[in-house]
Design a protein around this ligand. Sequence first.
Ligand SMILES: NC(=O)c1ccc[n+]([C@@H]2O[C@H](COP(=O)([O-])OP(=O)(O)OC[C@H]3O[C@@H](n4cnc5c(N)ncnc54)[C@H](OP(=O)(O)O)[C@@H]3O)[C@@H](O)[C@H]2O)c1
Length: 347
Amino acid sequence: MTVLEVRTDDLRTTRFTDHAPVPSDGEIVARVRHFGLSANNITYGLLGEMAGYWRVFPAEPGWGRLPMWGVAEVVASAHPGITEGEPLFGYMPMATHVTLTPGKVRDGGFADVSAHRQALAPAYNNYRRLDADPLWDQDHPGELPLFLPLFALSFLLDAHLGQARTVVISSASSKTSLGLARLLAARGVKVVALTSARNAAFVAGLGVYPDTLTYDRITDLPVVETVFVDVAGNVAVRAAVHEHLRDRLVRSVLVGATHGSVQSGPELPGPEPTWFFTPDHMRDRIREWGPAEFDRRFGAALRDFAAWTRSWLTITTATGREQVRTTYLSVLDGAADPATGHLLTLD
Ligand SMILES: NC(=O)c1ccc[n+]([C@@H]2O[C@H](COP(=O)([O-])OP(=O)(O)OC[C@H]3O[C@@H](n4cnc5c(N)ncnc54)[C@H](OP(=O)(O)O)[C@@H]3O)[C@@H](O)[C@H]2O)c1
């Protein structure tokens, strides 16, 4: 088993380690077929200490195994409910293999019950059994790992924003933002994109946002009742939006940190920014709608989003140690093209 590890205090420093995975009683070992990589995984690293992401796959002190969303096939099982060959979806390390400890196995999946993962949100410990999964599209095997974790935010935040009339979204070129913008626009909400100069033409060309502004044009935002969805997490951008809209800003929702900072910044005019954490809202919606209805509604919306991306997004696969490391560093540096979906395999 090969693992790509990163320094927890410097995500640019990486190393490969090798281990022999052998399942103990109750464990399974799965071969990681591929995993998606986007700014979301980098944010896991930035928030690693604070939000517990380093606890998912423990490593030696100072080193971390970033969680990725991926597909794996069971190659050894010491658990009575799981057989070899079964495909699974959920959190994977950047590795050739993953060792899991399934709890009670249901038709749809199981939770990993290892002690070090118990403080995490249930959504992060859940593994889907793909043989029985209506979300699994074998013709497009890269879409589930690339889109499910991001579109979950898009879907849940769209429902949460209810009657908002105007929504401004930073890092508008991200897949998370595009999923949200498309859902909002479909129900008549005016969605304004904030993005970097380098991605402005891409964002404007997709036809999802009627208005696209670069970060240096925040003072051109119309001063109307607005919700700000902050995907970039950039302190200066957030301050400029609050300073410009002041009491016309009705909500400021902090979603991500694509620009590499997790600082809270100085006190701002307008509403206090509040975090939107997908696993909490997913838990609430599943309680409200029931798991089957949640899967039905979420699955239909996810399939629609995935089909739309095929007109503008190319999924590429990086294979082997050096390609995987290089792709990881380019996503970390913000050099990745927003029209490319990165699928990685160390096998
Ligand atoms: N709160 C939650 O529960 C939740 C759930 C899902 C996702 N998220 C967050 O949403 C964010 C978006 O994730 P994603 O995977 O959808 O992103 P993505 O598709 O990889 O989008 C990348 C975009 O982010 C900006 N960016 C990325 N790296 C950068 C860098 N180093 N410097 C400057 N800009 C950079 C660029 O957008 P611009 O040029 O347009 O700024 C880039 O096009 C992440 O922070 C993720 O953690 C949060």
